[in-house]
Write a protein that binds this ligand. Structure first.
Ligand SMILES: Cc1cc2nc3c(=O)[nH]c(=O)nc-3n(C[C@H](O)[C@H](O)[C@H](O)COP(=O)(O)OP(=O)(O)OC[C@H]3O[C@@H](n4cnc5c(N)ncnc54)[C@H](O)[C@@H]3O)c2cc1C
Length: 294
């Protein structure tokens, strides 16, 4: 059996379709000019042109790995996209210990650059090769948790981001991800000392699986900087863990105690990948494995 009903409420039209198996509901955004849909993809040659298009209301497009699937579901999809592919925003530059990565650089390019070996475990934990060959560094800063694993690592690395949003600003990635907006042009960080950056992601499968818990940390001489993914609606800077470990050696006693202290900062949710309960149980284990290696 197949039945179809259409109702109009305000601007949106609700179309209900019932088949033998299950009901489907579609929301189609129709205004006086007809249904909203994607009509144009601009491909500017430079940042200035991209900014002009964005100021006129278009939406930035990185690799499209998050945005394009959403276009099908939006009640009110963007009508114009600005592809950043040719805007001169891709590239990896090292100046001494300072690393600068253009926003349109793909995760695949990061993965294959031997100068960025410390980010290898991070990018290899994200999605799969085809997705990484499209997905960009800038786009990952906009990913909703439990995605955004590179962003978690960048928070631990105290990375900074350059954003064009009514002028050019530089702010920390940690600040930026709380309210991402504007055109991201670049991220930058200082390479940590050899062996001091730690990263571990718990996921259900090797490929295309969002985080259950992501731990990224930089171990300094007397302080540890820790960022967490998968255990809240936003990336968490684990201040309680850091405070518990400040000035302490990392041992089988201090790290579990720090994890215990960090539990109060988690705000995990249930989703298709794991329950909040499970995420809370996995966190101390992964913090220990990330910081102590066992
Ligand atoms: C199957 C699958 C598995 C995935 N698994 C993981 C995973 O394990 N871990 C993980 O971290 N992520 C995962 N993701 C998400 C993916 O990594 C992110 O979607 C990707 O980094 C986003 O980059 P993009 O260039 O494709 O962004 P797009 O999809 O192009 O854009 C995403 C958002 O960012 C905005 N945007 C993009 N670039 C810029 C910019 N330079 N300035 C301003 N705004 C910008 C867009 O307007 C949009 O709002 C997965 C995605 C898929 C499809």
């Amino acid at each position: 059996m197949l039945s179809l009903s259409v109702g109009f409420g305000g601007r949106a039209s609700v179309v209900s379709l019932t088949t033998m198996r299950r009901p489907y509901t579609f929301i189609i955004d129709i205004d006086k000019k007809g249904p909203r849909m994607l009509t144009e993809v601009h491909v500017p040659d430079d940042v200035a042109a991209a900014v002009r298009l964005l100021e006129s209301g278009a939406t930035p497009l990185g690799g499209g790995t998050s945005l394009m699937p959403l276009l099908n579901d939006y009640a009110s999809p963007p009508t114009e996209l600005v592809s950043l592919r040719r805007a001169g925003l891709a590239g990896i530059h090292l100046d001494g210990a300072t690393v600068r990565i253009g926003a349109a650089t793909t995760l695949g390019q990061v993965e294959h650059d031997p100068r960025l070996a410390i980010l290898d475990p991070v990018v290899r934990s994200i999605a799969s090769v085809p997705v990484r060959n499209l997905a960009t560094v800038g786009g990952n800063l906009f990913a909703h948790q439990p995605h955004g694993d590179l962003a978690v690592a960048l928070v631990a690395l105290a990375a900074r981001v350059t954003v064009v949003d009514g002028g050019t600003h530089e702010l920390t990635v940690e600040e930026f991800v709380t309210d991402p907006r504007g055109l991201v042009t670049e991220v930058a960080f200082t390479q940590p000392a050899d062996g001091s950056f730690k990263y571990l992601k718990a996921a259900r499968r090797r490929f295309n699986s969002a985080s259950i818990v992501t731990v990224a940390a930089v171990i300094g001489e007397s302080a540890v900087r820790v960022a967490l993914g998968g255990v809240g609606n936003q990336i968490i800077r684990a201040h309680a863990v850091e405070a518990a470990l400040a000035g302490q050696p990392l041992t089988d006693e201090t790290v579990p105690a720090a994890a215990e202290a960090g539990l109060s900062e988690l705000a995990p949710v249930d989703d298709a990948y794991a329950s909040a309960w499970y995420r809370t149980r996995v966190f101390p284990v992964h913090l220990r494995r990330a910081l102590l290696g066992h």
